[in-house]
Design a protein around this ligand. Structure first.
Ligand SMILES: [Zn+2]
Length: 326
């Protein structure tokens, strides 16, 4: 079977070739353009002879996320030049800074809702999506998602989700339709191997919260009398271009919180190869009803740290807590 990724990349390269040829006719900087055109042609012939995506030094595959970000890449990370390495590091630093700018600000308050987040990429950038958006009717949308894969490619798709949700929320669609629309756009615009699990919620001023859990980890509802788990009710987004989603409604009393997290928390593994697990997390938050959102997250992080006992997490980790203050 021909690799779908390669078909998409070939089309991208052909498109670039066309644009470069058109620009060459008009531009005065033709030397640079000619060099790029030459590189695009070389990449296309590597596709023809089956060496595309293999490092020219060690012949191992070039990291997929780097290749997706730059189909002209010819060397694996171990074999790029010092200059390229420095450029790559600068690019990643810039990408990380842009991603940090997209995150909710600490101490977020909207109406009766208080929100805190912990966002910890495994590398310089993260494939986790974490966002808070309010509409003009006093509703607060909260979204936490996890794009399949890690690194630069996942981070690029995360920023796509950020843009899609932010533009579609302003239209005011019912929540399930909002998620359906994002899912179909995401499916159409990304490689078939990519999808995202996510929770999208809409919190109204009077404490009513609608939640759509698309293939994501369960959401915890911390109530005075215990913890309730809101499970996934459907597929991840972007897996199929036409998927229907459904919502769940809950009424949060003053002091109640919701806790959302990515599998970087629940599937974290310690040095003994044990998993942190949803069960331990449930126990951890079961007495946390009246904690502030900041303390709730801080206590989860302390417990995770003690479980990991010095081991580093290998996955992007995001936790979000939302509380109805009054
Ligand atoms: Zn190599």
């Amino acid at each position: 079977m021909i690799d779908q990724t390669e078909i998409i990349m070939r089309n991208q390269l052909l498109d670039r070739k066309q644009q470069l040829s058109a620009a060459l006719v008009k531009s005065s900087q033709s030397r640079d353009l000619r060099r790029l055109l030459h590189e695009v042609d070389a990449a296309l012939s590597r596709m023809d002879d089956g060496t595309f995506g293999l490092c020219e030094v060690c012949h191992d595959p070039v990291e997929t996320d780097r290749l997706m970000a730059d189909p002209l890449a010819r060397f694996c990370l171990d074999h790029i030049s010092q200059r390229e390495r420095e450029m790559l590091e600068r690019d990643l630093e810039m990408a990380a800074r842009i991603q940090t700018e997209m995150l909710p600000k600490p101490g977020f308050v909207f109406g009766d809702w208080q929100v805190a987040c912990h966002y910890e990429p495994a590398g310089p950038v993260s494939g986790d999506y974490c966002d808070l958006v309010n509409d003009r009717h006093g509703n607060l949308y909260f979204i936490l998602g996890d794009v399949s894969g890690k690194g630069v490619a996942a981070a690029m798709l995360m920023t796509q989700l950020h843009a899609m949700f932010r533009s579609l929320i302003s239209i005011g669609l019912p929540l399930e339709q909002l998620v359906e629309r994002v899912s179909s756009l995401f499916c159409e615009s990304t490689l078939p191997t990519y999808y995202a699990t996510l929770v999208c919620g809409k919190a109204a001023p009077a404490g009513e919260v609608e939640i759509c859990n698309a293939g994501h980890m369960p959401v915890f509802w911390l109530r005075r009398d215990g913890v309730e788990s809101i499970e996934s009710m459907g597929l991840p987004i972007g897996l199929f271009c036409e998927t229907q989603f459904s919502c769940f409604k809950v009424n949060l009393a003053p002091g109640d919180s919701l806790l959302l997290y990515t599998d970087g928390l629940s599937e974290a593994r310690n040095g003994l190869d044990e998993e942190y697990g949803v069960e331990r997390l449930t126990k951890q938050v079961s007495d946390s009803h009246m904690l502030t959102v900041e303390s709730l997250i801080a206590e989860c992080m302390v417990d995770l740290k003690s479980f990991l006992a010095g081991e580093r997490t290998s996955d992007d980790l995001t936790v979000m807590a939302i509380q109805r203050a009054r």
